[in-house]
Design a protein. Structure first.
Length: 621
């Protein structure tokens, strides 16, 4: 058998030393029992834990060295996602303080803000909030209605009505003293779009400052150690210097200035710098999936049910094919998403550490972050439910850890971006290339380009079928897997582009054109991310130097690829990419891989190296 530590070394990737250090700290930390705690007690406990965390490297990792940080942006994300093995309320609280609040000051502010606020943010001497979402506007950030009107050297921050109140704001109900507030910047009745402002919300004694009203969102389905609250501003005056002015500023004589002329482009540039939060949530979702599968696989090995004929020995749950499919298929996908997340964290570090901004690299990062976050959080929701069911009644008990894990992660699919909206963003990014191809072309040139694209698509699909036909007897062929993922992505995107182009050439309302194609749009985003995740898994295997571990990961990748094809075989059959016989063979091979990997199931989950204190064994039933 392969020792789990050898697989862990591959999983830990470029941050091996940091992960090892974090595991040791988590193992040494006292694990608090939060089962049955009332909301107030849980919140107080989490804030005490946050103070303990503030004394470690965790808060400093992602901030610049000149302010006391360590300048390791990727490391900060890794540290955050490993908190996902423990109390997720602590993880989210840390994410709000150092990822969202501190990250906004870091990425949207300038030196004057960095020097004044970052040391106190890292030390937790200045607890803060990230006040973006409004009751009436969640995903539509560009049209938030909170205002910050320039008036004689100050900004006046105002909530025009209840629909514009800031809602679901972490750290607001109990602990936050300052908020990064996103509001429409107005100078002389001209709005320059959404900007970020530092607004005090409590004084040193914890009392709301004049003009700020604070409400409590109350108990939630999960994450009740996080004090989510609501904020209203009644003509609150703040100094002009409290504008986070990296991308836009107001001069002393009241003139708005920006290096980016377009309000819309400036807005999306600002939001793009905050992509770290989205990437962190994807990583935390992967940690939750790993934890749930570790609990379920361990129980499936120790729990037995029924006997073979003429035998007194009961059969372990994991020996049943149905149970293998239930757990090993999501385990394979969890491995794939882990490697995709590691690749994404590397991209983040490269983009945000570059001496000069690269708009293309930034756009690719934002698109991939949106898609990985969507698929990883949906996967976590599905996997935790599957793990709960796999543990039977024991998985429903609080001491199994699964009910809290299920409740605490449920919101992941909608915070840091609603998943449906995020997949649309992915698809829109892919369509940009098609839009650029048609810019400034005459009708004749456009017609020629359409003909060339259609002919190219036909030739490419013929080539893809030729690749498919060459591997009739080998459904484990990596080339065959790649051809299916790539061909599906290309076909769906080309079909969507033609569909939207044809509708746009008519008199149909542009909203109706896009709205009527939303099913196609979401499919395009999903299959693109599926291909990226597959590529990341293959790249990780190619870089693996341990031949035995590499052979094991090859099988896990086979299971991920074939189970993905099986799950979408309706599309592949409808579009002639596989035959009925091949479809049946895919399912047979998925079953064979589950049986083959059964002996490695414990190795694969132990390789996540989750500290044992975070893996309570379900009680026997």
């Amino acid at each position: 058998m392969i020792e789990p530590a050898r697989v862990t070394e591959v999983l830990d990737g470029r941050h091996q030393e940091l992960r090892r250090e974090l595991r040791e700290r988590m193992t040494d930390a006292k694990l608090a029992d939060t089962i049955g705690l009332d909301v107030d007690t849980h919140r107080a406990l989490v804030f005490d834990q946050l103070r303990e965390l503030a004394a470690t490297r965790h808060p400093r990792l992602g901030f610049a060295k000149q302010y006391g940080g360590e300048g390791d942006i990727g490391g900060s994300v890794v540290s955050f996602q490993m908190l996902g093995y423990g109390d997720l309320s602590l993880m989210v609280k840390a994410g709000v303080q150092w990822g969202l609040f501190g990250g906004a000051v870091q990425m949207l502010g300038t030196e004057r803000h960095h020097a004044k606020y970052l040391p106190d943010i890292m030390s937790l001497d200045l607890p803060g909030c990230f006040a973006m979402t409004e009751t009436g506007h969640g995903s539509d950030v560009q049209h938030l209605r909170t205002t910050a009107r320039y008036d004689n050297g100050e900004f006046v921050v105002d909530t025009p009505d209840d629909a514009a109140r800031k809602d679901y704001i972490g750290n607001a109900a109990r602990d936050g003293r300052m908020a990064v507030v996103f509001a429409q910047l107005i100078v002389e009745d001209r709005s320059y779009g959404v900007h970020a402002f530092l607004v005090p919300i409590r004084d040193a004694a914890g009392r709301p400052v004049p003009g700020v009203r604070i409400g409590d969102c109350g108990p939630k389905a999960g994450l009740n150690g996080v004090d989510n609250g609501r904020l209203w501003f009644d003509h609150v005056r703040i100094p002009k210097e409290n504008l986070l002015n990296r991308y836009g500023d107001v001069t002393d004589d009241g003139a708005y200035t920006s290096s980016i002329e377009s309000d819309s482009r400036r807005f999306f540039t600002m939001l793009g710098t905050l992509v770290r939060g989205r990437i962190s949530v994807a990583g935390a979702a992967n940690s939750a999936s790993q934890r749930a599968l570790t609990i379920a696989v361990r129980r499936a090995e120790s729990r037995s049910q029924f006997r073979k004929p003429d035998s007194d020995t009961e059969i372990p749950l994991l020996d049943y094919l149905a149970h293998q499919r239930k757990l090993l298929i999501p385990l394979a996908r969890t491995y794939a998403l882990h490697f995709a997340q590691d690749e994404l964290v590397g991209m983040l570090g490269d983009v945000q550490s570059a001496p000069e901004p690269d708009p293309i690299a930034q756009r690719q990062l934002e698109s991939r972050a949106a898609g990985i976050k969507a698929v990883a959080t949906w996967h976590a929701t599905s996997t935790i439910q599957t793990a709960r069911e796999a543990c039977g009644g024991a998985g429903y008990l609080a001491d199994s850890g699964l009910p809290a894990l299920k409740a605490d992660t449920d919101v992941f699919t909608t915070f840091e971006g609603d998943n449906t909206v995020l997949l649309q963003l992915v698809a829109k990014g892919l369509l940009t290339d098609y839009r650029d191809n048609f810019a400034d072309l005459s009708p004749l040139a456009t017609a020629r380009l359409v003909a060339e694209q259609l002919m190219g698509a036909v030739l490419e699909r013929i080539a893809a079928r030729q690749v498919i036909s060459r591997f009739d007897d080998d459904v484990r062929s990596r080339d065959w897997h790649r051809s299916l993922f790539e061909d599906r992505e290309q076909h769906v995107l080309e079909g969507l582009a033609r569909r939207l182009r044809a509708a746009a050439s008519s008199d149909t309302d542009p909203f109706d054109v896009f709205n009527d194609a939303q099913d196609h749009v979401l499919l395009a985003g999903r299959v693109h991310i599926d291909r990226l995740v597959f590529d990341a898994f293959v790249a990780a295997i190619d870089n693996c130097a341990d031949e035995e571990v590499k052979a094991l990961l090859e099988q896990v990748c086979d299971l991920y690829a074939l189970a993905s094809i099986e799950a979408d075989r309706g599309w592949f059959l409808e579009h002639g990419r596989i035959t009925t016989a091949r479809s049946k063979k895919v399912t047979a091979e998925v079953n064979a891989l589950c049986k083959s990997l059964r002996q490695y199931a414990r190795t694969l989950v132990d390789a996540f190296a989750i500290p044992e204190q975070y893996l309570p064994a379900p009680s026997p039933t």
